[in-house]
Structure formats: structure tokens, C-alpha cells
Design a binder for this molecule. Structure first.
Ligand code: DP6
Length: 391
């Protein structure tokens, strides 16, 4: 078979990856931990096809053909997976490895939303190529070479990306992802993404982290002192389903990552006023209840990712809707069902929540933990036709 279609998930880090010690191999400064989100709501889909009839390698991303020969990360991924196919006895002797490939990939969520689209995309590409070439075993170190955070999207549940040790070869570096628990471990845990209306073009993660590496003193302290402690505490909190500790570390690590961005010179600013209002709402809500009910984390953009228990979902959504009114009901709530009643007035008055101006949020996605990538089986699933052109 010379055509394969796969889907892969988005992941959201609760201990952030920020900074590379090797830019070419994408070796990180520190370990990171993330939650893999369900593919029912958000996913990348990728078809890869190899044929002796193709004159060159080609790629289409979200319906648009992109340059292949100048995309170093893409070329690295393809080269490394072919190398693996030859060495681990996949279809190593197969001439398919000499054929050109066509790749067609799309996300079912707007790339512009800044929602870890490259992580899902590279995980999907590498997973699909692994199926095409019959590569077995862990492929996280191959996905890592497309985009660092992509290595964590290779597994479901909660995932740790190990920084690995210094060494001369890829094998001795051991910078791979490992599943900590699967997606069934903590079924009450819910994830809500608040997509913020924002037109500002952001500094890419790669450029931002390079600048932090060059200029931030705080990043050194974070990497040496804070992250190692937090990784151990976070692993324990996840294993024990201890939401109090999980939430506190998630919040603190997000805030420290953004503090590093501000400590960068010139500073990199990813959050905006709306992000800060969300932070305020979450802390007020937690202090009203006198315990950790909701945790937030922000990546390289203004969108909030909230973690909470299912039992608190309706109350929290009611408060969000009260604080962030919206005018367009259609497709505002996405993903798993959300039931939101009127905001509980005793909470609103006690913690002094006031409605902001309308439409500061674009939409809300309700999701939960999910599994790693998988191959789709039907002919209709392919994004390329028999001639290798997008359908
Ligand atoms: C803030 O994985 O996008 O989302 O390795 O250069 O492709 P590259 O960076 P990328 O960085 C993600 C940074 C982050 C934190 C995280 O996901 O851990």
C-alpha cells in the first residue's frame, strides 16, 4: 500500500517547553509535561502517498500548496524517518523509500487561532510516514525534529517530554516523549479553551524562545531550579489525581513562562487584556470557593486553556458567559455539550464580576483528554486522489 491517512491530536503543556539547547535537532532546555486533547474536537488529518510516477516531493497545507525544498524541518523529518525505516527493518528494502511523496494535511480548527497547530501537524505527518514505511517503535524523537512540542502529540493522556542527556548521537541523547497516564486515567477532568478575539500577529515560538535564550536571566533560573521540582510534583499530582496541586503548578508554570517572555529583551508579549481578565476571573472564583476549582494556562498567544472538574463546568461557563457576553450564538460553543444557565448572582456580587464589553471571546471549545494518533481505514478518508492531487 502506498497511501496512508492518519489523524493526530493537539496537546497543551502544563509544564512549558521554552528554549532549545540544540536548534537543529530541537533538543529542549528542560523537560515538559502536557495533556493530549481529544481528536473528536480538534485534530490534524494527513495523507501521505508515495509513487514512482511523482516527479518531486509536494505538500499541501490547509488547501494551499507550500514549498517543500526550502522547508528544513519538513525535510529533516522525512529524511530521519526514511533512515529509521532502513535501519529498523521496516520496509527497508522496499523501493518505496526511493519514490517521491505527496503530503496533504489539514486541521479541523483555525490555524490562526494559535492552537498548537504545528504540534498536531508534525505528529500526524511523522505518524503517517511511519505507517507508510512500516516503521515500528517510538517515533516521538522524529516528530520532535518537526516541532518540539509535536513529540508530545504522539501519545495520548498526559505525556512527559524528557530533555534527554548530552551525547553525540541521536540515540544517546534520549530526548523522547513518554506517556505518564492514558486518557482514561482522569475521566472527570475537562478542558475548556477560550479563543480570544485578537488580530495582532504574534512572534513565533521559535523566534521568541531563541530571544529568551539569548537574553533572559530568569529563564536560567527556571530551567535549573523551578522546572525539575515542578516536573516531579506534577507527575505525582497527575498520578494521584490531586487537582489542587495540579492546578497550582499549571498556573504557576504558565505565569513563569510569560514572565520569562517579559524578561526577554526586547520583551515578547503573548497575553493581552482579555487574557488578564480571564486570569482575574479564575483566581476570584477559586478564592470564592476557598480551593482550586479551575486552573489556566496560556501558550504563545492570548487564548486561555482551562482545566477543571466536570462538576464545576456549568457554574464556570455561566460565569464566563456573564463576564464575557457574546452576540452570535451560532458555533460559539464547540465540542462537547455545554449547559449554561444564568450566572449565580451570589458569586458575581461576592467576587465583583462585571460584564466586559461584548465579543471579546471568539468562541469556546469544550474537550477532554484523548488518545494518540491513529490511522484511518476508509478509501474516502484520503485527502489525495489516485493521481496524488488534493481531493
Ligand atoms: C509555548 O513546539 O511550537 O507552546 O520547537 O520551535 O517548533 P518549536 O516550538 P514549539 O513551541 C511550543 C512552545 C509552547 C510551550 C509548549 O508547548 O510546551
Amino acid at each position: 500500500m502506498n497511501i496512508v491517512t492518519c489523524i493526530a491530536p493537539v496537546n497543551i503543556a502544563v509544564i512549558k517547553y521554552w528554549g532549545k539547547r540544540n536548534e537543529d535537532l530541537i533538543l529542549p532546555l528542560n523537560d515538559s509535561i502536557s495533556a493530549t486533547l481529544s481528536m473528536d474536537q480538534m485534530r490534524a488529518t494527513t495523507t501521505v502517498m508515495a509513487s514512482p510516477d511523482f516527479a518531486e516531493d509536494k505538500i499541501w497545507l490547509n488547501g494551499k500548496q507550500e514549498a517543500f525544498s526550502t522547508n528544513i524541518r519538513l525535510i529533516n523529518c522525512v529524511r530521519e524517518i526514511k533512515k529509521r525505516a532502513k535501519s529498523n527493518g521496516g520496509d527497508g528494502e522496499n523501493k518505496i523509500l526511493d519514490w517521491h511523496i505527496h503530503i496533504c494535511s489539514e486541521n479541523n480548527f483555525p490555524t490562526a487561532a494559535g492552537l498548537a497547530s504545528s504540534a498536531a501537524g508534525y505528529a500526524c505527518l511523522v505518524y503517517a510516514l511511519a505507517q507508510l514505511y512500516g516503521v515500528k517503535g517510538d517515533i516521538s524523537n522524529l516528530a520532535r525534529q518537526g516541532s518540539g512540542s509535536a513529540c508530545r502529540s504522539v501519545y495520548g493522556g498526559f505525556v512527559q517530554w524528557h530533555r534527554g542527556i548530552e551525547g553525540d548521537t541521536e540515540e544517546t541523547r534520549g530526548s523522547v516523549a513518554e506517556q505518564l497516564v492514558n486518557e482514561f486515567h482522569w475521566p472527570e477532568l475537562r478542558i475548556v479553551i477560550l479563543v480570544v478575539n485578537d488580530v495582532k500577529k504574534k512572534t513565533s515560538s521559535s523566534i521568541g524562545m531563541k530571544r529568551s535564550m539569548d537574553t533572559s536571566e530568569l529563564l536560567k533560573y527556571r530551567v535549573q531550579i523551578c522546572v525539575p521540582r515542578r516536573v516531579e510534583a506534577m507527575k505525582k499530582a497527575i498520578a494521584e489525581k490531586d487537582f489542587e496541586t495540579f492546578g497550582e503548578i499549571t498556573i504557576k508554570d504558565s505565569n513563569q513562562f510569560h514572565a520569562v517572555c517579559l524578561d526577554t529583551y526586547p520583551p515578547v508579549v503573548y497575553m493581552n487584556e482579555v487574557s488578564n481578565s480571564i486570569i482575574e476571573l479564575v483566581h476570584s472564583y477559586n478564592s470564592f470557593h476557598g480551593k482550586m476549582k479551575v486552573a489556566y494556562t496560556f501558550d504563545a498567544g492570548p487564548n486561555a486553556c482551562l482545566f477543571l472538574m466536570e462538576e464545576n463546568l456549568n457554574e464556570m461557563i455561566s460565569l464566563i458567559n456573564y463576564a464575557f457576553p457574546f452576540s452570535h450564538g451560532d458555533s460559539y460553543f464547540r465540542g462537547l455539550p455545554l449547559i449554561s444557565g444564568p450566572a449565580p448572582q451570589h458569586i458575581c456580587s461576592s467576587i465583583n464580576i462585571k460584564p466586559h464589553s461584548r465579543d471579546l471571546l471568539k468562541y469556546i471549545i469544550h474537550t477532554k483528554l484523548g488518545p494518540g494518533p491513529r490511522q484511518l481505514g476508509e478509501q474516502d478518508d484520503h485527502l489525495l486522489n489516485s493521481a496524488g492531487e488534493p481531493v
